[in-house]
Design a protein around this ligand. Structure first.
Ligand SMILES: [Zn+2]
Length: 139
Protein backbone atom coordinates (compact mmCIF):
# COMPACT_ATOMS: atom_id res chain seq x y z
CA UNK A 1 0.00 0.00 0.00
CA UNK A 2 2.72 2.47 0.98
CA UNK A 3 4.67 1.59 -2.19
CA UNK A 4 1.57 2.43 -4.28
CA UNK A 5 1.22 5.74 -2.43
CA UNK A 6 4.90 6.51 -3.00
CA UNK A 7 4.57 5.77 -6.75
CA UNK A 8 1.45 7.99 -6.92
CA UNK A 9 3.45 10.70 -5.14
CA UNK A 10 6.28 10.45 -7.70
CA UNK A 11 3.76 10.55 -10.58
CA UNK A 12 2.03 13.62 -9.14
CA UNK A 13 5.40 15.31 -8.65
CA UNK A 14 6.58 14.49 -12.19
CA UNK A 15 3.21 15.62 -13.57
CA UNK A 16 3.59 18.88 -11.64
CA UNK A 17 7.11 19.38 -13.03
CA UNK A 18 6.02 18.70 -16.61
CA UNK A 19 3.04 21.06 -16.29
CA UNK A 20 5.28 23.71 -14.73
CA UNK A 21 7.88 23.36 -17.53
CA UNK A 22 5.20 23.76 -20.21
CA UNK A 23 3.32 26.44 -18.28
CA UNK A 24 1.94 29.23 -20.46
CA UNK A 25 -0.31 30.93 -17.97
CA UNK A 26 -0.90 31.32 -14.25
CA UNK A 27 -3.55 28.61 -14.45
CA UNK A 28 -0.93 26.05 -15.53
CA UNK A 29 1.38 27.11 -12.69
CA UNK A 30 -1.46 26.75 -10.21
CA UNK A 31 -2.22 23.32 -11.66
CA UNK A 32 1.44 22.33 -11.24
CA UNK A 33 1.46 23.44 -7.60
CA UNK A 34 -1.80 21.55 -7.03
CA UNK A 35 -0.06 18.43 -8.36
CA UNK A 36 2.91 19.11 -6.04
CA UNK A 37 0.45 19.38 -3.16
CA UNK A 38 -1.24 16.11 -4.13
CA UNK A 39 2.20 14.50 -4.33
CA UNK A 40 3.00 15.81 -0.83
CA UNK A 41 -0.28 14.33 0.47
CA UNK A 42 0.61 10.95 -1.06
CA UNK A 43 4.10 11.18 0.47
CA UNK A 44 2.62 11.91 3.91
CA UNK A 45 0.24 8.98 3.45
CA UNK A 46 3.13 6.69 2.47
CA UNK A 47 5.23 7.76 5.47
CA UNK A 48 2.24 7.26 7.79
CA UNK A 49 1.73 3.77 6.37
CA UNK A 50 5.43 3.04 6.92
CA UNK A 51 5.23 4.33 10.51
CA UNK A 52 2.10 2.29 11.18
CA UNK A 53 3.82 -0.80 9.77
CA UNK A 54 6.85 -0.28 12.02
CA UNK A 55 4.59 0.32 15.03
CA UNK A 56 2.62 -2.82 14.22
CA UNK A 57 5.80 -4.85 13.92
CA UNK A 58 7.03 -3.46 17.25
CA UNK A 59 3.68 -4.26 18.85
CA UNK A 60 3.90 -7.82 17.53
CA UNK A 61 7.38 -8.14 19.00
CA UNK A 62 6.16 -6.78 22.36
CA UNK A 63 3.21 -9.18 22.23
CA UNK A 64 5.57 -12.11 21.60
CA UNK A 65 7.75 -10.99 24.51
CA UNK A 66 4.70 -10.72 26.77
CA UNK A 67 3.41 -14.10 25.65
CA UNK A 68 6.70 -15.84 26.44
CA UNK A 69 6.90 -13.93 29.73
CA UNK A 70 3.38 -14.98 30.68
CA UNK A 71 4.19 -18.58 29.77
CA UNK A 72 7.30 -18.48 31.99
CA UNK A 73 5.27 -16.92 34.79
CA UNK A 74 2.58 -19.59 34.39
CA UNK A 75 5.19 -22.32 34.65
CA UNK A 76 6.66 -20.67 37.77
CA UNK A 77 3.21 -20.26 39.35
CA UNK A 78 2.42 -23.92 38.70
CA UNK A 79 5.76 -24.89 40.25
CA UNK A 80 5.05 -22.68 43.29
CA UNK A 81 1.53 -24.13 43.61
CA UNK A 82 2.95 -27.67 43.49
CA UNK A 83 5.57 -26.76 46.08
CA UNK A 84 2.92 -25.25 48.36
CA UNK A 85 0.71 -28.33 47.88
CA UNK A 86 3.53 -30.70 48.80
CA UNK A 87 4.44 -28.56 51.82
CA UNK A 88 0.79 -28.37 52.89
CA UNK A 89 0.32 -32.13 52.66
CA UNK A 90 3.57 -32.83 54.49
CA UNK A 91 2.55 -30.34 57.19
CA UNK A 92 -0.92 -31.75 57.83
CA UNK A 93 -0.02 -35.13 59.41
CA UNK A 94 2.68 -33.41 61.45
CA UNK A 95 0.25 -30.99 63.10
CA UNK A 96 -2.13 -33.88 63.75
CA UNK A 97 0.57 -35.95 65.37
CA UNK A 98 1.67 -33.13 67.69
CA UNK A 99 -0.40 -33.53 70.87
CA UNK A 100 -1.87 -30.36 72.29
CA UNK A 101 -2.50 -30.81 75.96
CA UNK A 102 -5.22 -28.68 77.48
CA UNK A 103 -6.23 -28.21 81.10
CA UNK A 104 -9.65 -28.47 82.64
CA UNK A 105 -11.24 -29.20 85.99
CA UNK A 106 -13.39 -32.06 87.17
CA UNK A 107 -17.01 -30.91 87.54
CA UNK A 108 -17.49 -33.10 90.60
CA UNK A 109 -14.33 -32.63 92.71
CA UNK A 110 -12.67 -29.64 91.05
CA UNK A 111 -9.44 -31.53 90.50
CA UNK A 112 -7.18 -30.38 87.67
CA UNK A 113 -7.41 -32.56 84.56
CA UNK A 114 -4.89 -32.60 81.73
CA UNK A 115 -5.90 -34.22 78.48
CA UNK A 116 -5.32 -34.16 74.72
CA UNK A 117 -7.44 -31.55 72.97
CA UNK A 118 -8.84 -34.22 70.62
CA UNK A 119 -10.72 -35.70 73.61
CA UNK A 120 -12.59 -32.43 74.22
CA UNK A 121 -16.29 -33.01 74.82
CA UNK A 122 -15.81 -36.68 75.70
CA UNK A 123 -16.29 -38.15 79.15
CA UNK A 124 -13.57 -39.84 81.18
CA UNK A 125 -13.09 -41.04 84.73
CA UNK A 126 -11.50 -38.40 86.96
CA UNK A 127 -8.06 -39.44 88.33
CA UNK A 128 -8.88 -37.59 91.60
CA UNK A 129 -12.38 -38.80 92.49
CA UNK A 130 -12.74 -41.69 90.04
CA UNK A 131 -16.13 -40.51 88.73
CA UNK A 132 -17.17 -39.92 85.12
CA UNK A 133 -16.78 -36.28 84.14
CA UNK A 134 -16.99 -34.32 80.88
CA UNK A 135 -13.69 -33.11 79.49
CA UNK A 136 -13.92 -29.33 79.06
CA UNK A 137 -11.40 -26.56 79.18
CA UNK A 138 -11.70 -23.93 81.87
CA UNK A 139 -11.15 -20.52 80.40
ZN1 LIG B 1 -13.03 -35.57 90.11
Amino acid sequence: MRVVLFILCVFAFLGGVSVLVGAQSAIHEIEAFMLFLIGAVFLVGASMMETLGVTNRNLERIKDHLRTGIKALDAKLIAIARLLDSKESSKLPKTESVPTTVKGTCKLCGGVLEFDSKHLGETASCPHCGQETGLETTL
